[in-house]
Design a protein around this ligand. Sequence first.
Ligand code: AGP
Length: 594
Amino acid sequence: MCGIVGYIGDKKAQPILLNSLGKLEYRGYDSCGIAIANNDIEVFKDLVRVKALTESLKPHDGKAGIGHTRWATHGEPSKINAHPHTDCKGKIAVVHNGTINNFLQLREMLAAEGHNIVSETDTEVIPHLIEKYYDGDFEKAVTRAVKDIDGAYTMIAMMAGEHKLIAARQESPLIIGVGDRENFLASDVPALLDYTSRVIYLEDGDIAVVTASDVKITHDGVPIEREEQKISWNIEDAQKGGYEHFMLKEIHEQPKVIRDTLTDFLSNSKPVVELAGVEGSTLENMIIIGCGTSYHAGLVGKYVIEELLDIPVRVEMADEFNYSGQASPGTQAIVITQSGETRDALKAIQRLKAKGCRVIAITNVIGSTVTRVADRVIYMRAGPEISVAASKTFTAELISLYWLALPYARVDTARLDKLVRDIRQLPVKVQQVLDNEDKIAAFAKKLAKFDNVFYIGKGVNYPVALEGALKIKEISYIHAEGYAAGELKHGPFSLLGEKTPVVAVVTRDATYEAIVTSIKEIKARRSPVFAFVGEDDDSTGDLADYVFKIPGVDPFLSPIVNSVALQLLAYFTAKERGCPIDFPRNLAKSVTVE
Ligand code: AGP
């Protein structure tokens, strides 16, 4: 994780670095720091967020610098562990995103050679390695240093007296922003949006030497051209737009996200086998892989694809799959990752390909690493999601999965037509949920008082319960567990009672009677029940303590409207508890470490 930035040009670097860093705090916010060069390098870092660092600094005139916002991996969050890190003489400064596997050996070697390493981080070996290899040629020293490093070492280095930034990309993202008499570096696009829409995505193994007027990229020592691209996201997309939190803004953007994602598919609609580049072959089974929210989207996909396509679908958490998962050659694999940078998901692709699977990636980020390693890419059109808790990208992932499945649906035309009609109606239905958010906010006031909560669902809404529980624990710090409704009686019932509420997602499908029975059993154990039920469901209301009616949609599509309601429940509960909603403790938006 972590966000890194760099600037070199004809303007003062300090405000640009701090502004850009602020846009990357979703990647980590344990501490932050910047280094600015004039003749010497000055480092300003602390155990604070970017806003506090900004307020504490005096203006600096330097026109080149680097910056970092940290998600701690090696060493606790502290001032000394904050980046940038420097060499013994303080002449070389480095910011780094990733983890160095062999840092202990490197540290021992450097210490034995007299280097004074002061932090607990893996990163600090990098400036010392550059110092070790420096014989008057900064570029040569960086190139030599990275050869010693095993792991993910995307970094930017600067050196006193050298009017250049040197960046190396390995297994974490790094983008060059191209300007007029100035150039930028950043881990992600939002950091660049205030300054330029021209970008160059670096590839693993690239080393870039960036000056105010030039960008030179080499790969394995050979000069290489990387195509300049234009970013389509605009500044407003990455701002709060009058909402109190990014998360609320992003929840409210969902009708538009559904429309945009659908529009894209409608204009490019291709059946899944064509997308996978396997025309003519039959789809016999499928494996879907993701992490966190994306894994939950995959679970919804399983219910939908198994029923519509009548093929078995396996869903695996990427990290588990990476150690023991099996897949037969030729299996169609879908890897879902909104950021396109999640380390576990990228590693799963390596394993899938080694086993001879074809991989379709579903992602939100054009140019992200996943787009380079998958066989085919499906882009959702959610726009930048800044809040650490995923909301609109979950919905866009579901729309992408529906759209993948529909062309292959082995159902009669009337059912297919209805599904397509209903999917087009989703923006309106989601808007109806949003228009009634005050009612959900009132439920949240009650829920916020509890310390533990169960979420239950059944069938296609079982993953919705998992996702609802993930959302509330992530941002409100209430301990929550998602369960398949029928499983609750096989153990967790011992925890039920007045102090343990249950949030139930009830849909009028084949599971309806069973989940109503579960709610009766739960009420008999005196747990308060918050029920999210279909608009035509007048009976569950008599059982539950609090009832929210969800606009009617095909049960297959109900995960979308139900999830929006649960996102609002999590949001308002976290707000009621005074939590830092967009940046929950210990988390980061894109998890680029194992
Ligand atoms: C969701 O709210 C989380 N922040 C997290 O579970 C996230 O979905 C997971 O880390 C996967 O991210 P990705 O989709 O970018 O791969």
